[in-house]
Design a protein around this ligand. Sequence first.
Ligand code: CMC
Length: 378
Amino acid sequence: TEQQQYSKGLAGIQVAESDICTVGVKGVGLNYRGYDIKDLAAYSTFEEVAFLLIYGSLPSQNELSNYKRLLSSFRDIPGGLKDILERIPSSAHPMDVLRTGCSVLGTMEPEVNPQQDQYRIANRLIASFGSMLLYWYHWTQSGKRISTVTSPDDSTATHFLKLLRLDGKEPSGLHVKAVDVSLILYAEHDLAASSFGARVTASTLTDFYSCICTAIGTLRGPLHGGANEAAMILLSKFPNTASAESGILEMLKKKELIMGFGHRVYRNGDPRNPIIKEWSKKLSQEGGNPTLFAVSQVVEDIVFREKKMHPNLDFYSASTYNQIGIPTNFFTPIFVISRTTGWAAHIIEQRSNNKLIRPSAIYTGPEPRPYVPIIERS
Ligand code: CMC
């Protein structure tokens, strides 16, 4: 019957009205609250975009400086959270560290009054995810208890790079800008699985931290945010363009997924890809790794030639982050820092016009049957 039709993976189904973002309307383009991603990536900063997504409009200069000060005041993390981070094994995946850190912070600074607390918690998490990750990293790698506070003028990108490197130097403008642009590109993408997950969780009227834990767990998978890490693992197998060409052809023959390619919504290419690709190229020309860029280009060419598939944002994010010296398993956590802005926008929007999200399934199991007492079962 009509009622029994469904779309596997909810493909093509609209499940909410939203003011936040348009993805691939007519197959192309991406806007955050009406602003083209190309303009945001070229002229804006991550903090402006975070403000735009969370509060609905671009900040004035005054609002932006206040907002940056607020974020910087949220970078220190409680001693109790540090104790717990120290007990997480060094072998843990950094995404599990962030999921845990989010959950622990929720026990220490719980959400009491959602209408007042949700903005504070969103900003607290955006500002402190980098702190949590790098506190855990330096403790478990080298037994160092780092200060997670840097200069109040530091952007989110600078804060992250300073805590990663701990060399007391200002990171290069090129590296800061490349990370900043990637944070802008990753910030929001309408009902990607993690944002939908966050909205499902929010729709039960639970607390903000629970929504973000859902989102982190959802982002972690290789079909979603985990694809940037998976793309780097793939690229690392190819020392040169010839091995990339034969390796990719072999994978396609075996019908293996090429991570960082394909998209549910964009069929003619991801508008974020040319932007991040340009940064990867720039890095490769200015002290980065030209071979890695060349290998990436060959992978792109072969996948397009053979499958007519385009890279998504995750593909050249991999070579971008790698050339900045960011460890591969931090790629998806950077996505978390950025997407917390979009998740927050979705949670706030869901709460403002809530209806429990509770679809149903088409039952395909056994017909009703008599219960058999345990002593009679063979
Ligand atoms: N490599 C090889 N084949 C692919 C790929 C790929 N990356 N993506 C799709 N295909 C094939 C797929 O196997 C299917 O073939 P067939 O029709 O023979 O079964 C066909 O193309 C159609 O794909 P689909 O699986 O129906 O598409 P979907 O909308 O369900 O999946 C996707 C979208 C992103 C999960 C998928 O393209 C994929 O697995 N890509 C690799 C992982 C990835 O890069 N994810 C990041 C997504 S975008 C940004 C983000 O969220 O981080």
